[in-house]
Design a protein around this ligand. Structure first.
Ligand SMILES: O=C1O[C@H](COP(=O)(O)O)[C@@H](O)[C@H](O)[C@H]1O
Length: 279
């Protein structure tokens, strides 16, 4: 597994969302050209949804063959289908409703009015993941997993001081005591996230700075779940300046760098590999 982790600092959240959207479209076009299809995992949360809106508004959006994409979610709030607080509903409004993506390629978590209890819902999603896996795997090979990060360092619905971040024998968990409402939630587990090719964490705002600093410093994932988020190929923290205040200045990119430089992908000066830090 690669240990490559990068921090890309943007001047503000709008620039951040636009940059991630541009990268996502470019990466998906390449992957679909090479592999014929791709599976991606969406996140809820403020920046996660802004990224989806930015993709929807991108002029490059229609260069991507959306019918070759499968869309999953990292977590869901246990609410009725169509509830405005569901990550699925927000993603549909922000992006999916505007695309020619076949229904069967969209894989939302079960909803609280689907006639299942929470544990049955977790098991149902695990079955769906397995049904789209290859070679006996438990889930599809995810090209990109998007994750938001809460001020407490949570990712998906893996919260500190809850068993979730330590679960390693399932792909999906249910929790009924989430510290962030609603209390009922479903989430992918860390082994699924860590088995994905690329993990793209998107976060903005000063309230996220301590969590980002601790995650980069290698905190215990049980205390700061974001510290455990890592892809097999690449892990990128897309952040704004406010969230980056606890990242050493030598490791961040001057905001002016971003002006007109959105397409630079593989040699950005803000890349940071903890094992061989730059700067
Ligand atoms: O409740 C959730 O929160 C996190 C983070 O959200 P944010 O608004 O603080 O960015 C999100 O990643 C997760 O998907 C969502 O269910």
């Amino acid at each position: 597994m690669s240990t490559d982790r990068r921090v890309l600092v943007h001047p503000d959240r709008t620039t951040l969302a636009g940059s991630v959207a541009a990268r996502f479209i470019t990466k998906m076009i390449d992957l679909i050209e090479d592999e014929g299809e791709a599976h991606v995992v969406l996140t809820g949360g403020s920046v996660g949804i802004e990224v989806l809106e930015a993709i929807a508004h991108s002029p490059a959006r229609d260069s991507l063959d959306w019918s070759a994409l499968h869309v999953w979610w990292g977590d869901e709030r246990w609410l009725p289908r169509g509830d405005d607080e569901r990550n699925e509903t927000q993603a549909r409004h922000a992006l999916l409703d505007h695309l020619a993506i076949p229904d069967e390629n969209v894989h939302p978590f079960p909803a609280s009015d689907d006639g299942l209890d929470l544990e049955e819902a977790a098991s149902r999603y695990a079955d769906e993941l397995r049904a789209h896996a290859r070679d006996g795997a438990e889930h599809p090979r995810f090209a990109i997993v998007f994750l938001g990060v809460g001020p407490d360092g949570h990712i998906a619905s893996l919260f500190p001081e809850r068993p979730g971040p330590l679960v390693d024998d399932r792909t999906v968990i249910a929790l009924d005591d989430s510290p962030k409402p609603p209390s009922g939630r479903l989430s992918l587990t860390l082994p699924v996230i860590r088995n994905s090719e690329r993990v793209w964490l998107v976060l903005a705002g000063a309230d996220k700075a301590p969590a980002l600093g601790l995650a980069l410093a290698g905190a215990n994932p049980a205390d700061v779940p974001a510290a455990g988020a890592q892809g097999t190929k690449r892990t990128v923290f897309f952040v704004d300046q406010d969230a980056a205040t606890d990242v050493p200045e030598s490791l961040t990119t001057p905001p002016s760098y971003w002006t007109g430089a959105m397409d630079q992908q593989d040699w950005m000066p803000s890349e940071w590999t903890p094992s061989s830090p730059r700067g």
